[in-house]
Design a protein around this ligand. Structure first.
Ligand code: IPD
Ligand code: CA
Ligand code: CA
Length: 265
């Protein structure tokens, strides 16, 4: 089976678009909502239906690939490629009728993400990237903002569903606030990171993230010239922390955040 990166990206786009259209349609209807890790961590039947759509689109074209989806877990494959799916990143925004939410679909081998699509339906924007092939929004090549001084930088961030962690995360961001232009908490890590790729923010930092939140958007940011670092957060028991910023800005943020993560290649 092919490993052509453009074909993989096209499939990611097809699956993300199909799920996004379903989410747009269901947004106005009654939704069944359940809690997950905490009272504020929710999943709706729309999240699950969107994940089913992504899975069936991928399975129809590539039945031998593995899939890791936020809502239905890991399904193994035999091809050496695996898909990483967040069917709705920004569920709380979606439930409130806000605009920052996305469908994220990435495909990786044992080492790295190879191709990805991040669809932001309320904005009608499709972000896509292939490793080594650049990052695009609706066909237009993206370049992250750089150089930037940290004092002129807008930092996007997010907070955990775990109440104790949120306090720690808030203290860290408060300590950085006097150093930066401003801070934004939009409610979707995937949208935050593609915003860095497109120059709508200068940097992104969050800890307590899952692979599916960031797998697709991180490749889009890398291919837009940003540095992506993955490390361990300090807001509680070790979880994944991610810093994304342009080349000159990245070390400045790593310094003020005390972030020692490894830069993705
Ligand atoms: C969440 C969003 C949010 C981030 C959380 C994520 P979900 O994903 O990306 O911005 O702060 O850490 O869990 O639950 O909406 O898929
Ligand atoms: Ca998510
Ligand atoms: Ca989600």
């Amino acid at each position: 089976m092919t490993r052509d990166l453009t074909e993989l990206a096209d499939l990611a786009v097809k699956a993300a678009r199909a799920a996004g259209e379903l989410l747009l349609e269901r947004r106005t209807g009654p939704l069944e909502v359940h809690t997950k890790s905490s009272a504020t961590d929710v999943v709706s039947d729309a999240d699950r239906a969107a994940e089913d759509t992504v899975r069936s689109t991928i399975a129809a074209a590539r039945p031998d690939d593995a899939v890791l989806g936020e809502e239905s877990g890991a399904h193994s494959g035999s091809s050496g490629l695996g898909w990483v799916v967040d069917p709705l990143d920004g569920t709380v925004n979606y439930l409130y009728g806000r605009a920052d939410w996305a469908v994220s679909v990435a495909v990786e081998d044992a080492e790295q993400v190879l191709a990805a699509a991040v669809y932001v339906p309320p904005r009608g924007e499709m972000y896509q990237a292939t490793r080594g092939g650049g990052a695009y929004r609706d066909g237009v090549r993206l370049t992250a903002n750089d150089p930037r001084e940290i004092g002129q930088a807008m930092l996007a961030t997010g907070f955990s569903y775990d109440a104790r962690r949120r306090g720690e995360q808030g203290r860290l961001i408060a300590s950085v606030l006097p150093t930066v232009r401003d801070v934004r908490r939009a409610g979707s890590a995937a949208v935050d990171i593609v915003d860095v790729a497109a120059g709508l923010a200068d940097a992104f930092y969050e800890d307590d993230l899952n692979h599916w939140d960031v797998a697709g958007a991180n490749l889009v940011a890398q291919e837009a010239g940003a540095v992506v670092g993955v490390g361990t957060g300090r807001s509680g028991p070790p979880t994944q922390a991610v810093l994304v910023a342009g080349r000159t800005l990245y070390p400045q943020f790593a310094d003020v955040l005390g972030f020692t993560g490894e830069r993705l290649r």
